[in-house]
Write a protein that binds this ligand. Structure first.
Ligand code: GLU
Length: 418
């Protein structure tokens, strides 16, 4: 990972790259390049041994022109203010690409959850939710899971908010467990949209994904579900990795057994279904048809991009390619299907969860998956049509042209207050 590349600067560069192709005044674009506000707070939380620990935490509300701020909460030692700002901006353009009525936000706490007990994590989460309380709500800002958070954290946030507000408002947060007003299909949704994007990408190039070899970098919720669903299409997932390294098998890995191994041992290393273990950079530059970066930002920089041998890259993580990597891959004719489309399944099913919460009516998993498929394939077609019709340099620029146009139009229609 290239730590020197600031993800907030990457986001701004991506917006600038697309703005060139839009007839929007520079002052209007400037507004769309920075967050409306950022909460920075220090949470003082009592540990199990009675000591107090202070945790730095953020919530960035980037843009609300198309609807309430929306986006996940990340628990990671690498969280920074600029990372959260970038992630909140990516949410704005992601929601606009798939045309769901949300703006963008993102939150994070600087911590490694593996270092804390369940009751410590509960107190940390409730302390954060208490800080967020005046800023969030079903019509204001709606958090969700992100790296190292899931149903449990969302259930705690919902309970903290509802208790303090003396109400029931399940649509305050999405990604809850189904028994606490979560949606069927939400856990798989991000991986599912990655699979749908990969399936459409192969069809777009008149290739059969069932003949493809695949490498997946990152084996958390997005990567492991994407690997399994792509495997189900008949492709050979030959390599998967986590922060400890990659496992490889030329005949294809059993993606579910690899997940089970990771859950039981804490890492992919030592997986008996692998014939070889590789370093992370070796797997990112493997000779495969499809590469799915599904870990963190900046996984592939300009130098590594020169050695990428996949023909198609589908971004499951947010911001896995630096702008330099983008330039190199564009020049080398490697097709990159961007994060703002490929991983938008998570927030799309969050939207379905919010709609169900408002109606107090639960959809079946089939209905969720069918609607998700429609949203992703429609957005895919709009992106590829825009790419061809406007003769744009790459698909990310096409996605941003579609998204910025939608956000800028909503902003213009709203005017400026006061
Ligand atoms: N954290 C996810 C993302 O980056 C999901 C956000 C949401 O559901 O609001 O898209």
């Amino acid at each position: 990972m290239t730590n020197e590349v600031n993800p907030f600067e990457s986001l701004q560069e991506q917006i600038d790259d697309a703005a060139v192709f839009l007839d929007i005044a520079p002052d209007r674009i400037e507004r769309l390049k920075r967050p409306e506000r950022v909460l920075e707070t220090n949470l003082s939380v009592e540990m199990d041994d009675g000591s107090i620990e202070v945790f730095e935490a953020f919530r960035s509300q980037f843009n609300g022109d198309r609807g309430p701020y929306k986006g996940g909460i990340r628990y990671h030692p690498g969280v920074t203010r600029d990372e959260v700002k970038a992630l909140s901006g990516w949410m704005v353009y992601k929601c606009a690409v798939v045309d769901i009525p949300y703006g963008g936000g993102k939150g994070g706490i600087v911590l490694d959850p593996r270092d804390y007990s369940a009751s410590e994590l509960e107190r940390i989460t409730r302390s954060y939710a208490t800080e967020l309380r005046p800023l969030i709500g079903p019509d204001r800002d709606i958090p969700a899971p992100d790296v190292n958070t899931g149903q449990q954290e969302m259930n705690w946030i919902k309970d903290t908010y509802e208790t303090l507000e003396r109400t029931t408002a399940p649509g305050t947060v999405t990604g809850k467990s189904p028994t606490s007003s979560g949606s069927a299909g939400r856990v798989e949704a991000t991986g599912r949209s990655v699979m749908l994007t990969a399936r459409e990408a192969f069809e777009y190039f008149d290739r059969d994904i069932a003949d493809a070899t695949v490498a997946v970098q990152g084996y958390g919720n997005a990567g492991s579900v994407a690997a399994r669903l792509i495997d189900d299409l008949g492709a050979d997932v030959v390599a998967v990795s986590d922060s400890g390294g990659a496992v490889y098998n030329a005949d294809g890995l059993d993606t579910e057994a690899a997940k089970a191994h990771k859950v039981s041992t804490g890492s992919l290393s030592g997986f008996e279904g692998a014939s070889e273990e590789l370093r992370n950079d070796e797997m990112l530059t493997m000779d495969v048809d499809l590469l799915v970066p599904a870990a963190l930002e900046n996984a592939i920089d300009g130098t590594l991009a020169r050695d990428v041998r996949a023909d198609i890259v589908v971004e499951a993580a947010n911001g896995p390619l630096t702008p330099d990597a983008d330039d190199v891959l564009t020049e080398r004719d490697v097709a990159v299907f961007p994060d703002v489309l490929a991983n938008a399944g998570g927030v799309t099913v969050s939207y379905f969860e919010w709609v169900q919460n408002r109606q107090r009516f639960a959809w079946t998993e089939q209905r969720v998956n069918d609607r998700l498929e429609r949203v992703i394939t429609d957005a895919f077609d709009t992106m590829t049509d825009t790419y061809e019709r406007r003769d744009l340099p790459n698909l990310r620029t096409a996605a941003y042209v579609v998204a910025i146009d939608r956000v800028a139009t909503a902003a213009d229609e709203a005017g400026v207050f006061p």
